[in-house]
Design a protein around this ligand. Structure first.
Ligand SMILES: N[C@@H](CCC(=O)N[C@@H](CS)C(=O)NCC(=O)O)C(=O)O
Length: 277
């Protein structure tokens, strides 16, 4: 693992690393914020998954999360949103597919299947690496934004017991039914709708339920709300499956990190209560 930087913040440290990933067969970069408590004892971890066009740096630079993470004693791990350094055909042509848009799935279709395996990377490889490298406990939670909110919900729902809690900002809750998800799933997963369903939070919760309350924040002035996000699908599925959901519709907020930074403290406190309770 190559250390790219260490930066002091709120008495803790933000580290960035590059490592060779067995999931993606590429180098991957991730960031980890270690709160000051990590100098004395192991701390729980929140995994943050970002959205389309992002790297690890959108959250670390724009979410304003580290003051609260330092207060709560929470580490935060931010992976990238896709493999990098490849030149697959069409990979860099659009903002909502390919680089910056791995959709947290394990692709089955060539040419993506050899590298675009972000589900395995985030759900399996990265936590294993984090837990053996840093002063963290095996208590973990997961959250994310938009495509990353989709990733957080899916990884949480497919791995019962692995995460103490899940939350999301502006998540793509029903990717099989909206243009962003359909484009990604068609290209990464092919035509098999049963396979699509294993990466669709609304269908997963209908099928499997969940055993902890879920927190979602959504801005009502988000320009993607009607076409891509449609949290009402997830809300209805949670009600049918008897899963407690807090869906905060926030008046006037858009899709940006200004929205995330306005409510990130609530999400960190929500996770800390479960991780440390
Ligand atoms: N208008 C955006 C659409 C993509 C977008 O809004 N991405 C969200 C996640 S879905 C984001 O977090 N962008 C980076 C940022 O705001 O820092 C673009 O084309 O770059």
């Amino acid at each position: 693992m190559e250390q790219l930087s260490v930066t002091k913040a709120f008495e803790g440290e933000l580290h960035r690393y590059k490592h060779s990933s067995s999931s993606t067969s590429t180098d991957m970069v991730f960031a980890v914020y270690l709160p000051p408590q990590a100098k004395n004892h192991s701390v729980p971890v929140l995994y943050w998954l970002s959205g389309l066009t992002c790297t690890d740096e959108n959250f670390t630079q724009k979410a304003s999360a580290f003051r609260m993470a330092a207060k709560l004693g929470l580490a935060i791990v931010c992976p990238d949103t896709s493999p990098r350094g490849l030149e697959l055909p069409g990979e860099h042509d659009s903002y909502d597919f390919g680089s910056g848009a791995g959709f947290y799935v394990d692709a089955t279709q060539p040419p993506w299947s050899g590298h675009y395996r972000m589900y395995s990377y985030v759900a399996d490889e990265l936590p294993e690496l984090i837990e053996k490298t840093f002063p963290v406990s095996d208590k973990k939670a997961i959250s994310g934004h938009s495509m990353g909110g989709h990733g957080a919900l899916v990884i949480y729902l497919r791995n019962p017991g692995a995460y103490t809690s899940v939350s999301a900002f502006s998540p793509i809750v029903h990717p099989s039914k909206v243009p962003w998800g359909q484009k990604a799933f068609q290209n990464y997963l092919g035509a098999d709708k049963d396979l699509w369903a294993t990466y669709d939070a609304t269908l997963l919760i209908q099928e499997n339920g969940a055993n902890t309350p879920i927190l979602i924040d959504q801005g009502d002035s988000d320009s993607f709300l009607e076409e891509q996000l449609q949290p009402n699908h997830f809300e209805a599925a949670c009600a049918r499956a008897n899963v407690p959901l807090t869906l905060n519709l926030r008046a006037g907020y858009d899709h940006s990190y200004y929205f995330i930074s306005s409510f990130i403290d609530n999400h960190l406190e929500f996770h800390a209560r479960k991780l440390m309770g």
